[in-house]
Design a protein around this ligand. Structure first.
Ligand code: AMP
Ligand code: ZN
Length: 114
């Protein structure tokens, strides 16, 4: 989608600090990090929110989750722990309507979240 921020990052129309890329997935550092590691892992296919997910998206969302775990392992935070989050719509504070998995770690994380 031409007016989607993350589609524009995927197309390299907007710069980002990219940490991983393959044919289907892109991962980049969050511009406003909430921890020592804060990476956004996105499918290259535009899906606005989890509410728009279909069975056709099961594989790509699985890849996004596995990629987040792989990045956590690379960063040395797997054993200590990390959090992954898909914010969805208003009450969760979603601001970019292209699904993205937040990978946050490198510090103790409170629960429940705010
Ligand atoms: P959410 O609130 O779950 O929709 O998360 C959107 C995230 O995108 C926030 O954590 C923002 O800091 C992050 N963000 C917004 N613009 C950019 C950008 N240009 N590059 C990297 N991260 C961004
Ligand atoms: Zn998009």
């Amino acid at each position: 989608m031409s007016d989607c921020l993350f589609c524009r990052i995927i197309k390299r129309e907007i710069p980002a600090s990219i940490v991983y890329e393959d044919d289907r997935v892109l991962a980049f550092n969050d511009i406003n990090p909430q921890g020592p590691t804060h990476v956004l892992v996105v499918p290259k296919r535009h899906i606005a929110t989890l509410n728009e997910m279909t069975a056709d998206d099961d594989q790509i969302v699985g890849e996004v989750i596995r990629r987040a775990a792989a990045i956590a392992k690379e960063r040395g935070i797997s054993a200590g722990g990390f959090r992954v989050v898909f914010n969805t719509n208003r009450d969760a504070g979603q601001t970019v309507f292209h699904i993205h998995l937040h990978l946050i770690g490198g510090r103790g994380l409170g629960w429940p979240p705010g």
